[in-house]
Design a protein around this ligand. Structure first.
Ligand SMILES: [Zn+2]
Length: 977
C-alpha cells in the first residue's frame, strides 16, 4: 500500500543528515537536485512514475506516542520475546555462555539503576545468542535484609519475629512482582519462570549447608570483636552499610590520668615541681572512657615531663613533639622539665579515669604516632580495632559496657547505666570526670553513619560470627589475577585494582546480624559455656524442618523440635543445657553464595555485570565465598557500570527531587509534551550509548531526545533498505562475483569491516562504540554514499538487470548485517525489520540461524580502486560551479597506474553509463591520458545533453524524449503488456 508514500522524508533526511555529519571521507556531499526541477519537467516526470521501480514496504516510517507502546507490546507477543529464553535453551547447540545475575534488593520500585543494569546484561546475552551461544541467565532477587525489615516494622518496636518476617516477606514479594514486570517489559531475555530468590527454601538450605562447610573448614569462627554497631538499627553493620558524614561534630577532650607507678627517669624531678604526676590522653569519643583498659605509648618516641602555667603542684607526661600543640590548645605557658625515651614507660601504671580503685598498665604499641593528640593513646578494646589487637596481644579480657541499644550497661556504674552513649551518656561521663578535663573542643570530622537510618554508629564489641578473610585473602587475590575486568582502566581504583585494594584492606568479615528478616545462623549454644553446637546432623535435621514447616521454622518451632535427640546425644548435652542462636546471616553472605545455588558444582560464570559499588559488595563477597569453598573465582570476567545522574551530573536521590522513573521514559509522563513516550528501544539505546564507559550516566530531556533521534535515523534507513529489496526473490544467488560494480563490492568490503568492528566492540563491552560505529556507518557509508549513488540503478534500470539485482543484494546484505548489529541494543526494531522482510517469511531474527559476513567480502584491491574514485569525486565536488553535478561532463586526465585503475571503472574513453558516472553523479565522464605531476586533474563543462523525463539524468538527446536507456526500458515494458 505504501508505494511511493513518504519517501520524500528519506530524501530529506539524507540531505539533513549530511548537513549535520561531515563525512570522514568528505565525498558524500549530496549535490543531487534531481527532484527539484521546474513545473514542466515535473509534469513530464509524472508521466513515467509508474515505469520507475520505487522502494515499497508497509514498514511504518514513524510510530508515535501511544502507537509506540502498542507496537512494543505487539512485537513482544508476535516475535515471542517471552519464550525466547526457553526456545534457545532447547534449540541452540553452541557453547554455553553464563551470565550470573547479581540479585537486586527486593525493595522499592524499578529505577534507572535497574534499567541500566538489566539492559546492559540483555545487550550482552542477545549479542552472544546471535553469535551462536546458548545463554544461561537466571535472574534473582536479594530478598532479606534490614531495609525490608524496617519497612515491615514501620516504627513498631514490639512486633513478634514471625509477624515481622511475614510482613517483610509480603513487602519483598510485592517489590519483586513490580520489578519483574518492568524488567520483562524492557525486553530482557531471561529464565523468568525459574528466577532465584534468596528466601527460597532451596536457597536457604544451601546457605545453611555452606555455613556449616565453612565452619568445618575452620573458615568461620565466633568471637568478641569490636564491630560497627548501629544503635538505631540494633545490629552490626558491614563497611558497605556505612555512610561517612563529613560534617559530624564530636566533642574531643584532653584528659589527665593520675599516674600510679611513674617512670624511674622522672623520679628525681618530682619533688621540685609537684607531687602529682599525670599522663595526658586525648579522645574524640569520651563515652568510651569508662571502658578504658590501658594507655598505649610508642617506645621509639620521645616523651617529656612538663609543667603548665596555672596548674601548680602538677606535672604532666606528653610526647615531646606535641608540647607546642598542647601550649597552643591550652593558651598557657608549658615548660619542659625533662625528656625521656618512650621505653621508660614500660612497667608503669595509672588510675582508671572513672574508677579510682582500678590500676591499669601502660602498653607499648606501634600504632601510636604524633599526628594528633598527646602521643599517649586511650585504649578501649571493646570500641576500636587497634585497641582490640592490643588486648589480644596482652591476653586482656575485653570488657564491653554498652548494650545493643547503644546504652551503658550496669557494669558502667549507677551514674551511667541506661544512658545512650552518643548523647546523654557522653555528657554524663564528662560531668563525672570534669575535674580531670584539661581542655575540650568541638571537632568536625568524617564519621560513620548507618546508611539506612542516617544515625551515627559506634564501634562496639559483641559476640559475632566472622569469616576468616585473612585465611582466604591471598588466594582470592591470586584468583582475581586471572579475571578480566571491563572497562579496563589498568590497575586504577575503578578497575581491578579497586577490587584488589578493597580485598587487601578488608580486616575481617562479620557475617552475623541481630535481626530476624534473614537466614538463621543454624547454631545452638551451650548455655553455660557458650560453646557453639553445629554439626552435619544438626544441619540435615534443620533442612528437613525447613521443608516440612516452612521458612519461619527457626522462629516458630520449639527448641525440642529444632534439636533432635541424636544431636543432643552427639554432644552429650540435655535439652535444658542448650539455647538457640538469635542471629541471622548478613545479606552479603546470602547473595555471596548465589553462584553455588544457581551455577552449582564447579561451574564458573563467564560474566558478572554490576555497578561500580559492587567492588566492595557482591563482586567481593562472591569471590571470597567461592575461593573459600572451591578455591577459584566464581567469574571469568567482571564488567562494571556507573550510575544515573541528572543533567547537572548530580546523583539521583529522592531528597534532590531529580529521580527519573524509567516508566516515565518508556510510557511518557503526565504531560506528554514535557515527557513524551519514548518506547523501550530508546531507553535501551540510551543505556548502550552512555552506560558502558563512564561512571556518570546522564539522564536529561536532551540526552533522551538525542537517543530517540538516533533510533529514528536507523529506522528510516532500514525502512529504505526494506523497500529497496521488496522484489528480491528469496532463492536468488546472493554471492557477489567480479561482474559486480566496484561500488557494490566496496560496500561489501566496508560491511565486512563494519561487522568486525562492531563485533569486537560488543565482545569488549564497549557498547557506546557499538552505537557510534552503527550511527556513522548507517549515516555515511549506507545512506549518504551507497543508497544515494545507486538510486538510478535501483529505480530506473530494468527490473531484472544484473546491476540492479546486484545493488539489491548488497542492500539486502547491509540490511541483514546492520539489523543483526543493532539487534542486541534495539531488539524490537530488529524483529520488526524481519517481520517486514520480503525474504524472511515470518522468521524471528533471534530464532534464525547465525549469519556472519563472508570473508570474501573483504577485498582490499577493490578498496584501492574506490578510494581513488572517491578522491576524484571529492575534487569534482570542490570544483563544480553548479549544485547539480548531473549537468556536468567531467574529463579526467591521468596516466600510468591511476589511469589503469580508473579504466576499471570505465573502459570507454567517454561514457554516460559507466560505473564512474554513477560514482561521480555526472552526465558523462571522459578519461584522457596525460602526464602531469598531479595524480590526476580534471576539467568540467556543462553538458549539451537534455534532462531525461524518466530518470532525471542529463542523458537525453532532446528535451522531448527520454534517454536511450529509459527508452529501452519503456519499450520492454510495452512489449511485456
Ligand atoms: Zn533516462
Amino acid at each position: 500500500m505504501a508505494a511511493g508514500v513518504n519517501w520524500c522524508e528519506f530524501k530529506f533526511r539524507v540531505w539533513h543528515l549530511l548537513k549535520g555529519h561531515q563525512s570522514l571521507r568528505g565525498v558524500y556531499t549530496c549535490t543531487s537536485v534531481l527532484y527539484c526541477a521546474g513545473e514542466e519537467s515535473e509534469r513530464k516526470h509524472k508521466k513515467y512514475t509508474k515505469t520507475v521501480t520505487l522502494p515499497r514496504t508497509d514498514f511504518p516510517l514513524r510510530v508515535d506516542s501511544q502507537k509506540k507502546l502498542d507496537r512494543d507490546s505487539f512485537l513482544y507477543e508476535k516475535c515471542e520475546f517471552s519464550t525466547l529464553y526457553s526456545w534457545q535453551r532447547r534449540h541452540v547447540q553452541g557453547p554455553e555462555f553464563i551470565l550470573h545475575d547479581g540479585p537486586p534488593f527486593a525493595n522499592g520500585k524499578p529505577h534507572m539503576g535497574h534499567a541500566i543494569n538489566k539492559i546492559l546484561k540483555d545487550v550482552v546475552t542477545r549479542h552472544k545468542l546471535l553469535q551462536g551461544y546458548r545463554i544461561h541467565y537466571v535472574p534473582g532477587w536479594d530478598c532479606h535484609g534490614l531495609p525490608i525489615e524496617l519497612k515491615a516494622l514501620d516504627g513498631h518496636t514490639s512486633l513478634s519475629a514471625v509477624t515481622i518476617r511475614r510482613k517483610a516477606e509480603q513487602f519483598a514479594r510485592e517489590a519483586i512482582a513490580n520489578q519483574k514486570e518492568a524488567f520483562r517489559s524492557w525486553g530482557i531475555m531471561a529464565d523468568w519462570d525459574k528466577c532465584y530468590f534468596t528466601f527460597d527454601k532451596q536457597y536457604v538450605k544451601n546457605l545453611m549447608q555452606q555455613f556449616h562447610k565453612l565452619y568445618e573448614m575452620g573458615l568461620v569462627f565466633r568471637d568478641v570483636k569490636p564491630v560497627f554497631w548501629s544503635p538505631s538499627s540494633r545490629t552490626a553493620l558491614a563497611e558497605a552499610e556505612l555512610e561517612y558524614n563529613a560534617t559530624h561534630s564530636s566533642t574531643a577532650v584532653t584528659v589527665q590520668l593520675l599516674m600510679q607507678r611513674v617512670p624511674d627517669a622522672i623520679r628525681p624531678f618530682i619533688p621540685l615541681h609537684g607531687s602529682s604526676v599525670f599522663a595526658l590522653i586525648w579522645t574524640t569519643t569520651p563515652w568510651t572512657l569508662p571502658a578504658n583498659q590501658a594507655v598505649c605509648f610508642n617506645p621509639d618516641m620521645s616523651y617529656s615531663l612538663v609543667s603548665v602555667d596555672g596548674h601548680s603542684g602538677k606535672v604532666y607526661i606528653i610526647a615531646s613533639e606535641l608540647v607546642g600543640m598542647l601550649q597552643q590548645k591550652l593558651g598557657r605557658q608549658v615548660d619542659v622539665i625533662t625528656s625521656f625515651p618512650g621505653s621508660s614507660l614500660e612497667d608503669t601504671s595509672y588510675i582508671h579515669p572513672c574508677r579510682s580503685d582500678q590500676v591499669l598498665p601502660f602498653l607499648p604499641a606501634a600504632h601510636v604516632t604524633t599526628s594528633k593528640g598527646t602521643g599517649l593513646v586511650h585504649t578501649a578494646p571493646a570500641h576500636g580495632p587497634e585497641d582490640y589487637l592490643v588486648a589480644l596481644e596482652h591476653s586482656m579480657h575485653v570488657e564491653c559496657l554498652v548494650d545493643e541499644d547503644g546504652c551503658y550497661t550496669e557494669g558502667a556504674g549507677p551514674a551511667l547505666q541506661g544512658l545512650p552513649v552518643l548523647s546523654k551518656g557522653s555528657e554524663a561521663v564528662m560531668t563525672l570526670i570534669a575535674a580531670d578535663i584539661l581542655h575540650s573542643e568541638q571537632l568536625v570530622h568524617s564519621y560513620p553513619y548507618d546508611w539506612r537510618t542516617k544515625q551515627p554508629v559506634i564501634l562496639r564489641a559483641s559476640w559475632q560470627w566472622f569469616i576468616d578473610t585473612n585465611a582466604i585473602k591471598q588466594k582470592a587475590i591470586e584468583a582475581l589475577k586471572a579475571v578480566k575486568i571491563f572497562p579496563d582502566y589498568g590497575g586504577s581504583a575503578k578497575s581491578g585494582g579497586g577490587l584488589m585494594a578493597q580485598l587487601e584492606r578488608r580486616p575481617y568479615w562479620c557475617i552475623s546480624r541481630q535481626r530476624v528478616w534473614g537466614v538463621p545462623i543454624p547454631v545452638l549454644y551451650h548455655k553455660t559455656t557458650g560453646a557453639p553446637i553445629l554439626t552435619k546432623s544438626l544441619i540435615n535435621h534443620l533442612c528437613c524442618l525447613l521443608d516440612e514447616c516452612g521458612r519461619d521454622f527457626w522462629w516458630t518451632l520449639p527448641l525440642d523440635r529444632l534439636v533432635s535427640k541424636e544431636v543432643l546425644a552427639e554432644h552429650s548435652v540435655s535439652i535444658d543445657e542448650v539455647e538457640k542462636g538469635q542471629d541471622i546471616l548478613d545479606v552479603w553472605f546470602d547473595s555471596g553464595f548465589s553462584w553455588s545455588c544457581i551455577l552449582g558444582g564447579e561451574k564458573v560464570a563467564d560474566l558478572y555485570l554490576e555497578g561500580l559499588d559492587q567492588f566492595s559488595g557482591w563482586f567481593q563477597s562472591s569471590l571470597m565465598t567461592s575461593v573459600a569453598v572451591r578455591g577459584q573465582a566464581p567469574y571469568r570476567a567482571v564488567f562494571v557500570h556507573g550510575f544515573a545522574v541528572d543533567a547537572e551530573g548530580r546523583k539521583m536521590s529522592k531528597s534532590q527531587g531529580n529521580v527519573v522513573d524509567p516508566l516515565c521514559i518508556t510510557h511518557g509522563g503526565k504531560d506528554k509534551k514535557q515527557e513524551p513516550v519514548y518506547g523501550i528501544d530508546t531507553l535501551r539505546w540510551w543505556v548502550a550509548c552512555h552506560a558502558t564507559q563512564h561512571a556518570n550516566i546522564p539522564v536529561s530531556p536532551n540526552v533522551l531526545e538525542a537517543s530517540a533521534e538516533a533510533v529514528h535515523k536507523i529506522r528510516i534507513v532500514l525502512r529504505f533498505l526494506l523497500g529497496a529489496v521488496h522484489d528480491l526473490e528469496p532463492d536468488i544467488d546472493q554471492n557477489a562475483d567480479n561482474s559486480w560494480y566496484f561500488l557494490d563490492r566496496y560496500l561489501l568490503h566496508l560491511l565486512f569491516e563494519f561487522s568486525q568492528n562492531v563485533n569486537q566492540f560488543y565482545e569488549s563491552y564497549q557498547f557506546n562504540r557499538v552505537c557510534t560505529t552503527l550511527t556513522n556507518f548507517i549515516t555515511n557509508e549506507v545512506s549518504a554514499l551507497y543508497c544515494h549513488l545507486t538510486k538510478d540503478r535501483l529505480y530506473c534500470a530494468p527490473v531484472d538487470a544484473p546491476e540492479r539485482r546486484a545493488c539489491q543484494l548488497v542492500m539486502n546484505h547491509i540490511l541483514e548485517t546492520v539489523t543483526r548489529a543493532v539487534a542486541p541494543v534495539l531488539p524490537h526494531l530488529a524483529e520488526e525489520v524481519f517481520l517486514y522482510h520480503p525474504c524472511k517469511k515470518g522468521v524471528n531474527l533471534f530464532q534464525s540461524a547465525v549469519v556472519k559476513p563472508l570473508p570474501d567480502w573483504h577485498q582490499p584491491e577493490v578498496e584501492r580502486v574506490m578510494t581513488l574514485a572517491l578522491e576524484v569525486k571529492q575534487t569534482l565536488n570542490k570544483m563544480s560551479p553548479l549544485t547539480n553535478t548531473q549537468q556536468l561532463v567531467a574529463t579526467v586526465f591521468s596516466s600510468g597506474e591511476t589511469l589503469t585503475l580508473l579504466k576499471m571503472l570505465q573502459e570507454e574513453a567517454q561514457s554516460s553509463w559507466s560505473q564512474l558516472t554513477e560514482i561521480l553523479q555526472v552526465s558523462s565522464v571522459a578519461l584522457a591520458e596525460r602526464r602531469s605531476p598531479l595524480k590526476f586533474y580534471m576539467e568540467l563543462a556543462e553538458t549539451s545533453q537534455h534532462l531525461c523525463g524518466r530518470c532525471r539524468r542529463f542523458t537525453a538527446h532532446s528535451s522531448d524524449e527520454p534517454c536511450d536507456r529509459c527508452q529501452q526500458v519503456l519499450d520492454k515494458l510495452r512489449a511485456a503488456k
